[in-house]
Design a protein around this ligand. Structure first.
Ligand SMILES: O=C(O)[C@H](O)COP(=O)(O)O
Length: 256
């Protein structure tokens, strides 16, 4: 526990490279595995946590195996495999709608760079919705049974923020206020939503913000005058800043 008045430390971890990141396919809610490189990135993430002495004592993940397995591997490496965990669909990747399963380069060639970037990075324009009969739709998936008709068929980043925030406030913030070191293992776009919220990034600027796979991003937090949690290190601190710089550029250039 931290001293009275201070709050815990947040560690954001995007899953390691997945099989579909490797193939350059839009993934969203499709539950693909980590690639061999992604498993290596997760191990390296665990080493970075251990080297920094940043040992999580609670874990939050999405319901997707690339985030779950990244956390398991990283926590095993830093000997924290035993900590309590909560998983929630609200931390899932952004639902990529009808783009799920499509090749990013081919999509850019077919629709042009402007439309491609609007679908990927605009704050409030979602891709076309997925057909419930599409092989990459999540129709009938038992993990989403409780959602019924409210299960997303596509999402923009604004939609992700709207569905993530209730979980954030109800589950993650109380762990931080209790002084814990909180690991959130999630996805490129769900973590962009977290960063937008924490750093107060405006709707235009968030389009240019990319999160690399497998590199822990540390946020030190305090309680602001309005009662909200606010980073004392705005933008957070990557535990391997050089690797993060290259990896961020690689994410930004996907499709080219
Ligand atoms: O869902 C996906 O395809 C990726 O995890 C994130 O992709 P993006 O960087 O193209 O949004």
């Amino acid at each position: 526990m931290n001293p009275e008045g201070s709050v815990g430390t947040l560690v954001l971890l995007r899953h390691g490279q997945s099989d579909w990141n490797e193939k350059n396919l839009f993934t969203g809610w499709v539950d693909v595995a980590l690639s061999a490189r992604g498993e290596g990135e997760a191990r390296r993430g665990g080493e970075l946590l251990a080297d920094a002495g940043l040992l999580p004592d609670v874990l939050h993940t999405s319901l997707l195996r690339r985030a779950i397995n990244t956390a398991n591997i990283a926590l095993d490496v830093c000997d924290r495999h035993w900590i309590p965990v909560r998983r929630d669909w609200r931390l899932n990747e952004r639902h990529y709608g009808a783009l799920q399963g499509k090749d990013k380069k081919q999509t850019m060639e077919e629709y042009g760079e402007e439309q491609f970037q609007i679908w990927r990075r605009s704050y409030d324009t979602p891709p076309p919705p997925i057909d419930p009969d599409d092989p990459y739709a999540q129709t009938g998936d038992p993990r989403y049974a409780d959602l019924g008709d409210t299960m997303p068929r596509t999402e923009c980043l604004a939609d992700v923020l709207a569905r993530l925030l209730p979980y954030w406030q109800a589950a993650v913030v109380p762990d931080l206020r209790a002084g814990h070191t909180v690991l959130v293992a999630a996805h490129g776009n769900s973590l962009r939503a977290v960063v937008k919220h924490l750093d107060g990034v405006d709707d235009a600027t968030i389009a240019g913000l990319n999160i690399p796979t497998g590199i822990p991003l540390r946020y030190d937090l305090e309680t602001a005058a309005d009662g909200d949690l606010r980073p004392t290190n705005p933008g957070g601190t990557y535990l391997d800043p050089d690797a993060a710089k290259d990896a961020i550029a690689a994410v930004a250039n996907q499709g080219r």
